[in-house]
Design a binder for this molecule. Structure first.
Ligand code: DGL
Length: 292
């Protein structure tokens, strides 16, 4: 058992590794622990009571691993469970909603619209819409895109099938959208095909903005301002920065320890993990949570 203080990441599966990777890129010495609850994945089609129970069990496990900050790197759990988790646990719990919505609102021109793409229950919760309204964005278009999740996991992020899924979900996106939020931690790995679909539909340049900076994913000569495809990583990296800056002993989090845990089939978990993390990961260890 490693003794260093750690920052914990939790997701229904491997998608949260997109967030984990951005944080570790910024803080390469950080001690981290990642838990993917793949035995009970997907969360996106489950209700808030169930997801809150699953997430609570995950946090109890992570707390026992010397985690001092819990990052819920899952759009669904962040939408339907984090508010309750913050009340129940003494440990600080951060989801992807608040900082991400603040960032989206800062990129949206007044009177224009923000689009939110997430799982079925992220969209049904209305959590992103409510938070965006708090940040002054009154026009919000939401779309549940559940098929993106298994496609990304199968490594199908381009070609006819990926394109058909994008067209199915994005065809009716209104023209006044400035910012498209990837409100599911799987979706950054689908960004290219989303961008090309939206570029074709709108004729606008599409720029992907993440903790790694900005990249043009679909170019255009149009004079219109670019459409911004936004992922949650920069907001989470900022939250980790603030946590470390205000912590009395941040050096105790530095030791480059990394533990990965999963709740089912570690070999398959490791295989899918490579879709989301580009760095080499330690072998995942199998654990059992609460009612499993
Ligand atoms: N990690 C989930 C999210 O970000 C997507 C996969 C799932 O449905 O569990 O919403």
């Amino acid at each position: 058992m490693n003794a260093g203080r750690k920052i914990a990441f939790f997701d229904s599966g491997q998608g949260g590794l997109t967030v984990w990777e951005s944080v570790v890129k910024k803080h390469p010495q950080l001690n981290t622990v990642y838990l993917g609850d793949n035995a009970r994945y997907p969360y996106g089609n489950k209700g808030s009571e169930t997801v809150t129970r699953y997430a609570s069990e995950a946090i109890l496990f992570l707390a026992a691993q010397q985690a001092e900050l819990i990052i819920v790197a899952c759009g669904t759990a962040s939408s339907v469970a984090v508010a309750r988790l913050k009340q129940v646990f003494r440990l600080p719990v951060i989801g992807i909603v608040e900082g991400f919505c603040a960032e989206a609102s800062s990129l949206c021109t007044e009177g224009r619209r923000v689009a939110v793409l997430g799982t079925r229950f992220t969209v049904a919760s209305g959590r992103f819409e409510a938070e965006l309204k708090k940040c002054g964005v009154n026009l919000v278009w939401q779309k549940a895109c559940p098929l993106f999740v298994p496609l990304v996991e199968e490594g199908i992020s381009e070609g006819d099938i990926a394109k058909a899924a994008c067209t199915l979900y994005l065809n009716d996106m209104p023209d006044d959208v400035d910012v498209v939020m990837l409100a599911c931690t799987h979706f950054p790995r689908f960004a290219k095909i989303i961008a090309s679909t939206l570029g074709q539909k709108t004729g606008r340049k599409v720029v992907f903005k993440s903790a790694d900076g900005e990249a043009v994913l679909c170019d255009s000569n149009s004079e219109a301002p670019p459409l911004v495809l936004l992922d949650s990583s920069s907001a989470i990296v900022s939250s980790v920065d603030s946590f470390l800056l205000t912590h009395p002993s941040p050096s105790e989090f530095m030791g480059k320890q990394c533990d990965i845990f999963c709740t089912d089939a570690p070999a398959r978990f490791a295989q899918v993990a490579q879709v989301f993390a580009h760095t080499e990961l330690p072998s995942p260890r199998l654990i059992s949570l609460g009612s499993l």
